[in-house]
Design a binder for this molecule. Structure first.
Ligand code: GLN
Length: 457
């Protein structure tokens, strides 16, 4: 099942790994370690048979209830797949965040916000409701909001509108997606509930032509995907709108940020609170049995397992995502290792001079931690030297904090020096020339001089 040596794995590995290993069976690769982990996880949860197939669309009751697939895409498009990762099923409600993103992309946030809110509803996905005060759907993840989102996608005819939707999803998945005609017809023939929702929205002035809009909504829900497609679509969101496999920008970062926000608060319907606490990733489920989960900047996850809980979320999908998150530390509110290990070393090359060696990605939280450490220690030294030679990236808030640290020490009658060979932290034009040094030796020598001058007074 999904072993790295089988054809299915090698297909993806060969495409993405350069150079191609001539004899991958000779020694295990790092990729294989992850692959084994995924296979174990799928084997562990394979026996779980709880839940029921969605039955409100007759056609959905015909799928194999034991189907189970898991795919992870790294942010550079590397895939790990296990189980029935390439089994096709209908996307159903996982379409909702993507149509919402498309609407934001095409008509802008203001126009979208005028028709769809961003408040979690706590209601079931197919609740016939609008917000009591605004009279628009509470959010784009329940059917009412999703149907309104379809109506915002520009197009003179339902065909044109659907073509835009399909192209957008396909660009995220990196392959052309096809419709499942049977599921589409089945849902169109029986979708009274959604018809009720669409007509209610028309009565509140949210949309016109409910039948045309519904037809497109039924078609979008019937697009066929695999867990691989979902992982790739999720990875496109993780990458801020760039499909990591094709390198194509599908939409902009602000659209993705807004979309992920509503996935966090509303993606798992009335299970959203549990999900965010336990799994901690923006995600979307569908009654076809899929879940797509996004770890921003890092991963896209796709799961397929069609037996559902009472909220319409895949039972095994939720369990597997939960296990993945716990075991790999994927909860998006986990403090990153970098920010915990921002101070790599602290030492005193001579009495009164303390060197703080910083490393990793220095963001606000990491810099703030460094600042507090220095603040706590500053009774113990006269010159603090911040060595940022090993800092990989730094953002503006962190930069400001470091510069502020130097200024504050000076104001306290001490000195704060920065060792910054590449001007990563202190830009040359900032007037900090006398405290910024190219090498640690230069800084320590300057500190010695300063101590001599100031201690003799
Ligand atoms: N097509 C389904 C509906 O509109 C999608 C619901 C879902 O996946 N939660 O009811």
């Amino acid at each position: 099942m999904g072993h790295p040596h089988d054809r299915r794995f090698r297909r993806s590995a060969v495409r993405l790994l350069t150079p191609v290993r001539s004899a991958p069976w000779l020694d295990p690769t790092m990729a294989e370690l992850v692959q084994r982990y995924l296979d174990q996880l799928v084997a562990e949860y394979a026996p779980v048979g709880d839940g029921a197939l969605a039955d409100y669309i007759p056609e959905l009751t015909t799928v194999d209830p034991t189907g189970f697939g898991l795919t992870i895409s790294s942010s550079d498009g590397f895939l790990y797949e296990s189980g029935d990762a390439r089994t096709e099923f209908t996307i159903q409600s996982i379409s909702k965040p993507f149509t919402y993103a498309l609407a934001l992309d095409r008509v802008g946030q203001q126009a979208v916000d005028a028709k769809i809110g961003v408040e979690p509803s706590g209601d079931a996905f197919n609740e016939i409701s609008v917000d009591e005060h605004t009279k628009i759907p509470k959010n784009p993840m329940i059917n009412a909001g999703a149907i309104a989102a379809v109506s915002l996608v520009p197009g003179a005819t339902p065909d044109e509108r659907f073509a835009q939707i399909r192209d957008f999803y396909s660009a995220c998945a990196g392959r052309p997606l096809e419709i499942d005609e049977d599921v589409y017809r089945s849902e169109k023939a029986t979708g009274s509930r959604n018809r009720a929702i669409a007509y209610m929205l028309t009565s509140f002035g949210v949309l016109d032509e409910p039948d045309d809009v519904l037809d497109v909504y039924f078609r979008q829900c019937s697009l066929r995907v695999t867990s691989v497609d979902l992982a790739r679509m999720a990875a496109t969101l993780a990458r801020g709108g760039i499909n990591p496999q094709t390198g194509r920008r599908v939409t902009g970062a602000p659209v993705v940020q807004r979309t992920l926000s509503v996935m966090v608060t509303c993606g798992m319907y009335n299970g959203a609170g549990d999900w965010v606490s336990a799994v901690g990733m923006p995600a979307k489920s569908g009654v076809g049995g899929g879940i797509a989960a996004v770890l921003p900047g890092q991963l896209g996850i796709g799961v397929y397992s069609p037996l559902l809980d009472g909220r319409g979320n895949s039972v095994r999908g939720v369990l597997v995502c939960r296990a993945l998150s716990e075991r790999l530390g994927l909860h998006f509110l986990t403090v990153g290792r970098e920010s915990r290990a921002t101070i790599r070393a602290v030492y005193e090359p001579r009495p009164g001079v303390r060197v703080y060696e910083l490393h990793g990605d220095l963001m606000f939280a990491g810099a703030e931690k460094a600042l507090r450490t220095v603040d706590r220690d500053c009774g113990e030294f006269a010159v603090g030297v911040f060595d940022v030679t090993r800092v990989d990236t730094i953002n503006d808030p962190a930069r400001e904090l470091l510069a502020g640290m130097s200024t504050t020490l000076r104001a306290a009658g001490k000195q704060g020096y920065v060792v910054d060979p590449d001007s990563a932290v202190v830009r040359p034009d900032r007037g900090f020339d006398d405290v910024v040094f190219r090498t640690l030796d230069d800084a320590v020598a300057a500190a010695g001089e300063w101590l001599r001058d100031n201690q003799s007074r």
